[in-house]
Design a protein around this ligand. Structure first.
Ligand code: MN
Length: 714
């Protein structure tokens, strides 16, 4: 049991700490926050019977030992007023500024989170969610200091609650402290948790450790003396201390490495702190000369720091009597980072502005990233930092308290699909934190999301414009496509019936053999596929109808490639040649179905087609029927020397190649050259090429181009 607190004494000690690094006006503001908080909590007691204000004061004092800025200290003093009293965020903002209010609000949100059940929720996700929700690292630091004080005073709480809080601390908060590099906090949280979660084991182990230490003191001091004299002899100034093993650390080693108590305790630990990096390596050399090192135990965390920024040299030596001796060697700076981690960069700072704080946080992370890149595992580390401190993910609750992680920007629809495909496909509306909200609402960490479904509900194409996850997108697309195919199939069947009627048949007259042959030729899976292709305009009803009846009718439609439609360009109303690119047989072509206009044939490289940017499904794969036997218009421009009689020469060259000139116009480019624009009738590309070859033989011709459209000169 703790003695009752002496508020006056605590307050004096707190102010003394503030005076070591803060300006008087800041200390005065922190003082008024204390008065404000004290008044708000007046009459409230802790379980221990102490006045409530003793708790926020203790939390603020911990932050003061980390030299946190005034806003964080004010927020620490006020961290419970929003939850426990009637004070609002706005009131805090008005009195103490927006930053302090935001910090208090952040801590309160985490408190509310705690009251939800995390029992079934995975501890790892819960940790990440806490980190993600606290956009400002200071919120987490306040929360950790809060937890530390609650753990220190846990004796006053009833045993059942005590065990729950202890377990939560070891699963959630100690790992966060470790991740942030707050080592001494991490160890204390572990030690306290272990004591409260497993009181029996803790008592037995503590007694055993105490006894064993007495027996081993002699060995310890012998090693300590040897090291302490060897280092100065080599010209190295160093602080050498024996490391006390923590009870929880011993317990964990026994459990994880299956060691006996004496095997664990027989390892002696020493820490050596020197002035700079190179001295660390010198000291290492001296020690390796002193005792035999254990092979494979040396670790250079200076060259390759741990993810949380920890740096040290680790080695294990074989001491006198063959006992293993664990050594850590580091500089003073490394020692600070090792003990206080993320908080260490607030220490000894001169600038108090928030901007500078953010910059320092950023710099700290940046330096970790740089250090980490030396070890080559940057991607993974960045992933950790991003998730934990700069959240790229949001963590939300299902109505049953399960935590789901979604990418930032994810909406209620993404959530629905993440829970189950059927929920997504049938989702109708949603409740976010019990309020009805639009399905497109972006989710935030900590939201409780409930999806309302209806058996008649269907995915809406508009969802595709805001869903964020690949799963939701794929599922919506798939369902929409299935639905579209179904609708198209009904329409396609009707179109085919009409097309068959036009050539004198009914659908029933198409025999199974004709269908099988057609399916085989086209590679389609079923009649329904063919119907929906017709409905979507991928196939033409009349073409399918004629092919189905081909054997009967001697219609002789040539099929050159499965799946593509052959055209003659003489199909009448159904097929048009585009005037923007004037395709001729031999040009690679594509058909584009326009509603009410039939199919328009463009060349592959048609610039108009590129601008249309249509959905690919409206494009029909088409090919020219061989030996069509009609003529097509082609447009060319001939640039020739400005000689009299050149037109006559060209005209006779064209006539020689069995082509007709439909139109010609000419224009002088300058004194020396003339452009002549011809529209010619050709059978195909080969024919056109022959014409061009013939024209190039005319000595006056300088250049010839094919034009996509006729050129109109005024
Ligand atoms: Mn608290």
């Amino acid at each position: 049991m703790h003695p009752p607190v002496d508020l006056a004494e605590d307050l004096e000690r707190f102010n003394g700490r503030l005076a070591t690094y803060l300006k008087p006006e800041d200390i005065a503001r922190i003082g008024s926050a204390y008065v404000f908080s004290d008044a708000a909590h007046r009459g409230q007691m802790r379980s221990s019977g102490d006045p409530y204000i003793s708790h926020p004061l203790a939390v603020a004092e911990t932050l003061a030992t980390w030299h946190l800025d005034p806003q964080a200290l004010i927020a620490a003093l006020l961290h419970d007023v929003m939850e426990d009293t009637h004070v609002t965020k706005e009131q805090i903002a008005e009195r103490f500024g927006k930053t302090a209010a935001e910090l208090v609000d952040g801590v309160s949100k985490l408190d509310r989170l705690e009251h939800q059940s995390y029992a079934q929720a995975q501890a790892e996700n819960f940790r990440k969610m806490l980190m993600a929700m606290a956009r400002d690292v200071r919120v987490i630091l306040i929360k950790l200091a809060d937890r530390l004080h609650n753990m220190r005073t846990l004796d006053a709480v009833r045993p059942e609650k005590r065990r729950r809080i202890a377990r939560e601390t070891i699963e959630i908060y100690a790992p966060i402290a470790n991740r942030l590099g707050l080592n001494s906090l991490y160890r204390e949280l572990q030690e306290l948790s272990f004591r409260h979660a497993c009181p029996m084991r803790y008592r037995v182990l503590t007694r055993a450790v105490k006894q064993a230490r007495g027996n081993r003191r002699e060995v310890l001091s012998k090693i300590l003396d040897t090291i302490k004299s060897a280092l100065p002899a080599a010209g190295i100034n160093a602080d050498v201390m024996g490391r006390e093993k923590h009870v929880y650390g011993i317990y964990r080693k026994m459990r994880d490495k299956h060691l006996s108590f004496s095997q664990v305790l027989d390892i002696y630990g020493f820490r050596i702190v020197v002035k700079d990096r190179s001295t660390c390596y010198l000291a290492l050399g001296v020690l390796h000369g002193l005792y035999q090192p254990v092979p494979g135990k040396f670790k250079d965390y200076i060259a390759i720091p741990k993810v949380n920024g920890y740096q040290s040299l680790h080695t294990t030596l074989i001491g006198p009597f063959g006992t293993p001796v664990e050594i850590q060697i580091r500089t003073n700076g490394m020692h600070h980072v090792a003990e206080t981690g993320v908080a260490s960069h607030w220490l000894y700072k001169d600038d108090q502005s928030l901007d500078a704080l953010q910059k320092k946080t950023h710099k700290w992370l940046q330096s970790l990233i740089e250090l980490q890149s030396a070890s080559g595992d940057t991607a993974e580390f960045l992933e950790h930092v991003k998730v934990d401190l700069f959240p790229g993910e949001v963590y939300v609750f299902t109505p049953r308290g399960k935590i789901l992680s979604l990418p930032r920007g994810a909406t209620a629809v993404d959530f629905a699909y993440a829970v189950h495909t059927d929920i997504g496909n049938r989702c109708l509306s949603c409740l976010i934190n019990f309020d009805p909200m639009p399905l497109r609402t972006e989710l935030r960490s900590g939201d409780r999301v409930e999806i309302i479904t209806s058996p008649h509900s269907n995915p809406n194409p508009a969802w595709l414009s805001y869903v964020r996850t690949g799963k939701a997108r794929a599922q919506i697309r798939q369902l929409l496509k299935a639905r579209q195919n179904q609708e198209a199939s009904v329409l396609g069947e009707r179109l085919l019936v009409r097309a068959l009627e036009e050539i004198g048949y009914t659908l029933a007259q198409v025999d199974q053999l004709a269908w099988d042959r057609f399916l085989h030729d086209t590679g389609a899976r079923s009649r329904e596929d063919i119907y929906s292709d017709i409905g979507l305009g991928i196939r033409l009803g009349p073409v399918v109808a004629r092919r189905l009846m081909a054997r009967d009718d001697n219609l002789q439609l040539e099929v050159r490639k499965a799946g593509s439609v052959t055209i003659q360009g003489t199909e009448g109303a159904a097929v048009h040649l585009a005037t923007c690119c004037s395709p001729i047989p031999g040009d690679p072509i594509v058909g584009l179905i326009r509603k009410g206009q039939g199919m328009i044939i463009h060349t592959h490289d048609c610039s108009t087609l590129k601008k249309l940017n249509r959905a690919k499904t409206e494009w029909v794969d088409v090919e020219w029927e061989p030996a069509i036997g009609r003529l097509f218009d082609a447009h060319i421009r001939v640039i020739a020397k400005n000689n009299r009689g050149v037109l006559a020469q060209l005209a006779s060259g064209i006539a020689e190649t069995d082509s007709n000139i439909i139109n010609v116009s000419m224009q002088d480019d300058d004194d020396l050259t003339t452009s002549l624009y011809f529209t010619l009738q050709v059978t195909d590309r080969i024919h056109l090429a022959r014409i061009l070859r013939s024209l190039r033989r005319v000595p006056e011709v300088l250049r010839i181009h094919r034009h996509a459209q006729p050129v109109k000169l005024n």
